[in-house]
Design a binder for this molecule. Structure first.
Ligand code: NAP
Length: 268
């Protein structure tokens, strides 16, 4: 029997990158997946891929920073037959910007998606996961939640907050003995469409002048070559495999922990 048979999972930011790969991996192992993204068309595409591989999933439009969207999504989940066991908070936004000229609004938007989004997910999902008998929450943070990087103050602040909120809520669940585990995953450089959303100026900020000349957008392979000790980016599927491990019963004793997947970036 597949390890997530009879379990339902909700994944945010599931229309792309790590969220899509995680949805596919959970479904391949038997989970019924609520595929959510604020771009409904991309969530629909992920569902098509899951159904194409013989899995079960439904798409939901969900902007993680809007509490009403969470309430609407859970209204649907509550009226369905599949009890929720797994939440993966994956939706995220990164910006590269000079901290001394960056508008405050940009920092607030990053915090609204990365921090408030993860908080709202846990606020609404954990009581339901507990009611279904227990399960797991996996928050996708970043190595930028463990170390600083110039011109990434907003992103670093948000991912550090996700890391500590994970630990605090893990202990709150432990106090309640509600059988819900909460952990964070900290990728380094992952080959997803996120990198191409940054322009040439941001490539320069990340890599210096050589990166600026090399590419009109931020090329993930150039970034990996420059910054990852083992020289290559992780695949989204490699991150998804760790999420599945943390969601599974094999990880029964792991809560409040952080798993780093960074090809050695934080080893020094
Ligand atoms: P991605 O390919 O850009 O996927 C992120 C998805 O989240 C996109 O579909 C995006 O939609 C969606 N999204 C953005 N804001 C949202 C919101 N408010 N509500 C719901 N969905 C929203 O990015 P990824 O690389 O897979 O990143 C996934 C997570 O991993 C993020 O939390 C990121 O910070 C983290 N991470 C990534 C890397 C990496 O190297 N890729 C490294 C460390 C950590 P749009 O495309 O329309 O924006």
């Amino acid at each position: 029997m597949s390890q997530f048979e009879g379990k339902a999972a909700l994944v945010t930011g599931a229309g792309s990158g790590i969220g899509r790969a995680t949805s596919l991996a959970l479904a391949a192992d038997g989970a019924y997946v609520w595929v959510t993204d604020f771009d409904k068309a991309s969530a629909d595409r992920t569902v098509e891929m899951i159904v194409g591989q013989g899995g079960r999933a439904v798409s939901v439009k969900l902007d993680v920073s809007v509490e009403k969207d969470w309430q609407t999504a859970f209204g649907r989940i509550d009226s369905g037959e599949e009890a929720l066991s797994i939440l993966v908070n994956c939706a995220g936004k990164s910006i590269l910007a000079d901290s001394f000229t960056m508008p405050l609004e940009e920092l607030r938007r990053v915090m609204a998606i990365n921090v408030e989004g993860a908080f709202l997910g846990m606020k609404h999902a954990i009581p339901r996961i507990a009611k279904s008998g227990g399960g797991a929450v996996i928050n996708i943070s970043s190595i930028m939640g463990l170390k600083g990087k110039a011109r990434m103050a907003a992103y670093c602040a948000s991912k550090g907050a996700v890391r500590m909120m994970t630990k605090a809520i893990a202990l709150e669940c432990a106090d309640l003995k509600n059988n819900v585990r909460v952990n964070s995953v900290h990728p380094g450089v992952v080959d997803t469409p996120a990198w191409a959303k940054h322009d040439a100026d941001e490539a320069g900020m990340m890599l210096g002048s050589s990166g600026k000349q090399a590419s009109a957008t931020l090329d993930v392979h150039a970034v990996a070559k420059a910054l990852v000790p083992i020289g290559v980016a992780a695949s989204a599927e490699e991150i998804a495999a760790t999420v599945c491990f943390l969601a599974s019963d094999v990880a029964r004793h792991i809560t409040g922990a952080e798993i780093v997947i960074d090809g050695g970036m934080t080893a020094d």
